[in-house]
Ligand binder design. Structure first.
Ligand code: PXP
Length: 254
């Protein structure tokens, strides 16, 4: 009997909608005329088929603001995935907001976007403590890591529920180099699955590079932002999401 492919879930990262709003309304993001509306984008994304809405509350608040996180938590109908650095300030907010998922990410002030994976192996104790607090509060926790066996094992050992494999290097290369990185992602996904972790992936994913990712088994959710918001400029957000969901439809998770 043929097995049915597992549907690959899409988390839509809407940070860049807030980036555009902040470019004009940094001093008054709650003004009646502040646009684009983050909530409208989230609700449109859900209607178009997004399975979750992802936002990154950065320490420097360069795009998403605290009020955005609380508003989205109240209004969205799917799941909320909060990306955060491991700091007491952002943890306190996450414990108040109670997102469905938290993805722990590294954060450097000067970076344009999240650049590398989190060094889980190097900060086991503080991450384990954060994971325990979030899980006790009803949130499932993911570690955003490079496809590296040491980081996968450390994520499982400290009690994470999921890992999100960093696909930035994969996306930024082509040909043999991309195939090499895809093989690393495959090995990390296999190891993580054996260790009982849910496997997600994200960063730099597009409808163009997605087929090359499909050699990676056990993927449950992809988190995608930049490409969707960029495509939205020409085709609209709903159409961009539908294109992506169609591209994801051929994935077979094993
Ligand atoms: N996953 C994580 C942990 C991220 O930090 C980001 C970027 O904010 C993404 C996924 C989405 O990456 P992109 O915007 O390149 O699709």
């Amino acid at each position: 009997m043929l097995s049915m492919p597992n549907p690959l879930l899409l988390g839509v990262n809407i940070d860049h909608v807030a980036t555009l709003r902040q470019a004009r309304y940094r001093a008054m993001p709650d003004a009646h005329n502040a646009e684009p509306s983050l909530l409208r984008a989230a609700l449109d994304a859900e209607v178009a088929g997004a399975h979750s809405i992802t936002v990154h509350l950065r320490a420097d608040r360069r795009h998403i603001q605290d009020a955005d996180v609380f508003l989205l938590r109240r209004e969205i109908r799917t799941k909320m995935n909060l990306e955060m650095g491991n700091t007491p300030e952002i943890l306190a907010i996450a414990l108040q907001v109670r997102p469905d998922f938290v993805c722990m990410v590294p954060e450097n002030r000067e970076e344009v976007t999240t650049e590398g994976g989190l060094d889980v192996a190097g900060q086991r104790d503080s991450l384990a403590d954060t994971i325990r607090q979030l899980q006790a509060n009803g949130t499932r926790v993911s570690m955003f890591i490079d496809p590296d066996a040491e980081q996968v094992k450390a994520s499982a050992e400290i009690g994470a529920d999921m890992i999100e494999l960093h696909t930035g290097t994969f996306a930024n290369h082509q040909g043999q180099e991309r195939a090499f990185e895809a093989a690393r992602l495959k090995a990390a996904a296999e190891l993580g699955h054996c260790l009982g972790l849910q496997i997600n992936a994200g960063h730099g994913l597009t409808t163009e590079n997605l087929p090359d990712l499909f050699c990676v088994p056990h993927l449950t959710e992809l988190n995608i932002g930049h490409h969707l918001v960029s495509r939205a400029i020409t085709v609209g957000l709903a159409a961009a999401i539908k294109e992506m969901l169609a591209a994801m439809g051929t994935y077979h998770a094993w």
